[in-house]
Design a protein around this ligand. Structure first.
Ligand code: GCW
Length: 804
């Protein structure tokens, strides 16, 4: 425990109290001691051995005072704070204290202690003890699990909570998840999807859900549920769900009483109402405040809260109306209700005004509710950020939002202070991370877990730096080796900028299929429909005029100093330019580059960066757990290839629309490609890919109604050895097979057996197969055979000869 020496703690560990949380904390310490101290003691230094003697005790401040009256326990710890203190004595007299005002605080202290050997091995505890305190009271994950065990926007397999209309029998993964959450200070978990929530409220189901609460309780994680506002009618048989009807209030009061009888520490309700087809108070001409307060009145006597989501908007907007603007909705609806919500209501606002895009400005609503509790909702699950198939570490984005200064009343008012309750002296507030964990390694991809970790750490302390959090995470979960930590942290830190660059830079949002997969490129999917995710690209220019002067007036929802910055294109940061302004393609950014050239360059840069991740990861081979190394490598290769699909789609699209060529000659110009539609085809048919930009030159070939098809290309290039990239479409269903041969020699075979979104060939499933070191002579014939399978027509886009 001393400075300069490696950090150990006494291995005789005990709890002073008996409650389940203290027992869980002790179990956690013991479990990890095994890996710390169980190392060969004969090889330990004398100092290290000494540091392991004495005792570690854990308890509430009250328990510590009683058993150890000489220990200087602070008397001002908050309910979830911890205090870790060492008496600086030697050997058997050595005493390490982990205290909390409550056992939950002590549990967080235990996890803090366990972080240190990997993250701060040589850092001594301060003489006065180490204190920790969460910045905000509400630190929850939301899960969007359905009662059948599927998960909306979940990319890691099936639910750990539910299956076929019931709570799962095996709740071991739930306990493990609660541990994971507690280790990063998360204290609540909202279990079910905000859509279609009523089925969870039957008496039978609530009894089953109590088992989940029991499994999570020892880790200080309170469960809560999404509530369907129409439940009194759907489940209760009432003729109405009007929140102001006394029978409706009574129904909720009774239901809440029923819940608390089963789950005494139930957290409360999350509500999505009047949004994307969910019922809401608008049906009766009532406001969100009326609905929220009805639920709040039922929950208040039991200590529960209502997280009412500000994600309320009309998805049938008139796209021909230049004043219509979805971004305005949350502020327009909720700002007038400021001060009308009960004290146990918290307005839960997505971090940006649209919907978890690659980049958005901060929601102006954070500055518009000064008499209302607020929480920020963000997505850990990567719905619009590559669905965990792409490495995107989101903490830098969250950090920008948290640090953003709303300038309320012209004063410094960073979002992190508003949502912690400090700015406007609110009792409640916090951060909600939509996690959607599943049975497949929680988030489906090993490095995606850095996002869950970072979410918890930032909710605990939003002053932490994303790169430091990335380093902590890497040290604890991958390796403390400096090269590993540096490389992984660099990869993580570069991943969001890379993704933004190859999907939707300059505030264009994620240029994906917004009505379908939310995954691959589809520039026009945002346009000409009521969803309001418009970027308004046309032949002359691109971007959405949201100014007060000539646009939708959205910018006027910000406080004056912020509004002033965004109102003028010259003072708007480049990375949000097109979110706020419609400009010609030739408009010059701050460094003098035109918008169109930036669109080209950023996509090429982003794709290049994604390719670099492969080399970065490979540089760590031998220093990584081999299983992790080989799990991650194909994911990074896939990402690099899909980044090329994105790059080509967006650059081709804007080249055609603007008619302005790429000054560097890259966009739409692929000299090393052999297009499938130009090959000699046997049974393959040429198809138009939809959207056209998702295929090289808009066309591909597809094998429909045939047992097999082939494309033969005549190689006319130079003699040499090359890598070949075969670009094909790996549809969701089936597993088509491909066989490549050169001049009759079989070179490679593979199967299109991934499960990518979409059932027709497009950018969701355009996939690259690399064949290395292929010797080619001019005049060779490159022959590709495709064998379709169960709805997968072995569709093929091109072969690219990669020049070394
Ligand atoms: O981003 C959109 C998602 C929906 C989601 C909705 C919401 C739960 O595409 O799947 O529904 O947001 O946040 O309510």
């Amino acid at each position: 425990m001393k400075g300069g020496a490696r950090f150990f703690f006494p291995t005789a560990v005990r709890a002073l109290g008996h409650d389940a949380i203290e027992q869980a904390a002790i179990a956690e310490l013991n479990r990890n001691l095994g890996s710390l101290a169980g190392k060969d003691a004969s090889k330990m230094s004398a100092r290290a051995k000494e540091a392991l003697s004495g005792q570690t005790v854990l308890g509430t401040t009250e328990e510590i005072e009683k058993s150890f009256p000489d220990v200087p326990v602070p008397n001002d710890l908050g309910p979830e704070d911890y205090w870790i203190w060492w008496n600086h004595e030697h050997q058997e007299k050595q005493l390490l204290v982990i205290a909390g005002d409550t056992s939950k605080g002590a549990l967080y202290g235990a996890f803090e202690l366990l972080r240190r050997p990997a993250t701060a091995p040589y850092k001594a505890l301060p003489m006065e003890g180490l204190r920790g305190s969460p910045a905000m009271p509400i630190r929850w994950t939301d899960e969007w699990d359905n009662i059948d065990g599927s998960i909306e926007r979940g990319y890691a397999g099936r639910s750990i909570f539910f299956d076929a209309g019931h709570v799962r029998t095996d709740l071991v993964p739930v306990t493990e998840y609660a541990r994971l959450l507690a280790s990063i200070g998360i204290n609540g978990c909202n279990l079910n999807n905000v859509n279609n929530a009523s089925a969870f409220f039957t008496p039978e189901m609530l009894k089953e859900i109590a088992r989940i609460a029991d499994a999570m309780r020892p880790y200080g994680v309170r469960v809560s549920l999404s509530a369907d506002i129409a439940s009194p009618q759907k489940l209760g048989g009432l003729s109405t769900f009007d929140p102001l009807d006394p029978a409706v209030q009574k129904w909720w009061n009774d239901k809440v009483r029923e819940i608390y009888a089963l789950i005494p520490d139930f957290g409360g309700f999350t509500v999505k109402a009047d949004s994307e087809g969910q019922p809401g108070p608008a049906s009766y001409g009532r406001s969100p405040a009326d609905a929220a307060n009805t639920l709040a009145a039922a929950l208040a006597p039991h200590g529960g809260v209502v997280l009412y989501r500000a994600f309320v908007y009309n998805h049938h907007l008139d796209w021909t109306d230049p004043k219509a603007d979805r971004a305005r909705a949350a502020y327009d609806i909720f700002h007038p209700l400021d001060g009308k919500f009960e004290p146990n209501v918290i307005i839960q606002t997505k971090e940006g005004p649209i919907d978890f895009q690659a980049r958005e400005p901060v929601s102006p609503l954070f500055g518009g509710l000064t008499q209302t509790n607020q929480a920020m909702e963000l997505q850990i699950t990567q719905e619009y950020l590559g669905q965990q198939r792409h490495l995107v570490y989101i903490a830098p984005m969250w950090k920008e939002v948290l640090d953003f200064d709303m300038r309320v009343n012209g004063e410094p008012t960073p979002v992190k202070q508003i949502i912690s309750g400090r700015t406007f002296h609110r009792q409640l507030g916090g951060m909600i991370g939509v996690a959607c964990v599943g049975q497949n390694g929680w988030l489906g991809s090993p490095l995606a877990l850095a996002n869950l970790y970072a979410f918890g750490r930032l909710a605990w302390n939003p002053d932490l730096k994303p790169e430091d959090i990335a380093a902590e995470w890497t040290q604890q979960t991958i390796s403390t080796d400096a090269a590993v930590v540096n490389t992984v942290v660099n990869m993580l830190m570069q991943s969001w900028p890379a993704y933004e660059n190859y999907t939707g830079p300059l505030g264009l949002q994620t240029l994906t299929d917004i009505t379908g997969s939310h995954y691959g490129p589809n520039v026009e999917a945002s346009e000409h429909n009521g969803w309001g995710q418009w970027h308004k690209a046309d032949h002359d220019g691109v971007g959405f005029d949201r100014t007060v002067a000539t646009g939708t007036g959205y910018i006027g929802q910000y406080q004056p100093e912020v509004a002033k910055m965004y109102e003028s294109a010259t003072t708007t940061p480049d990375n949000l330019l097109l979110f706020f302004h419609h400009v010609p393609y030739t408009y010059k950014l701050h460094d003098g580059k035109t918008v169109i050239q930036y669109l080209y360059d950023s996509h090429y840069d982003g794709a290049e960066r994604a390719a670099q991740f492969i080399a970065d990861w490979n540089s760590l081979k031998g220093k990584l757990d081999p299983a992790l190394y080989s799990d991650m490598l194909p994911r990074l290769e896939y990402q690099a290839a899909h980044a090329i699909v994105w790059r080509d789609a967006i650059t081709q699209y804007f080249l055609k629309l603007s008619g302005i060529p790429d000054a560097k000659g890259r966009a739409g110009h692929y000299p090393d490609r052999l297009e499938a539609e130009d090959a000699r085809l046997t049974s393959y048919k040429v198809i138009d890919v939809n959207p056209w930009e998702d295929a090289s030159r808009g066309k591909a070939v597809s094998c429909v109604g045939q047992p097999s098809c082939s494309a033969t290309f005549n190689y006319t290039g130079r003699l040499g050895t090359f890598d070949l990239a075969v670009q094909y479409f790996d549809l969701q269903s089936g597993a088509a097979k491909f066989a490549l041969s050169i001049d009759g020699r079989s070179v490679d075979t593979w199967s299109a057996d991934d499960h990518l979104p979409s059932s027709h060939p497009n950018g969701d499933n355009s996939t690259r197969h690399l064949v290395h070191h292929v010797a080619l002579r001019p005049g060779d014939s490159i022959h590709l055979e495709g064998i379709p399978d169960a709805g997968d027509p072995a569709a093929l886009d091109y072969i690219e000869i990669l020049q070394h």
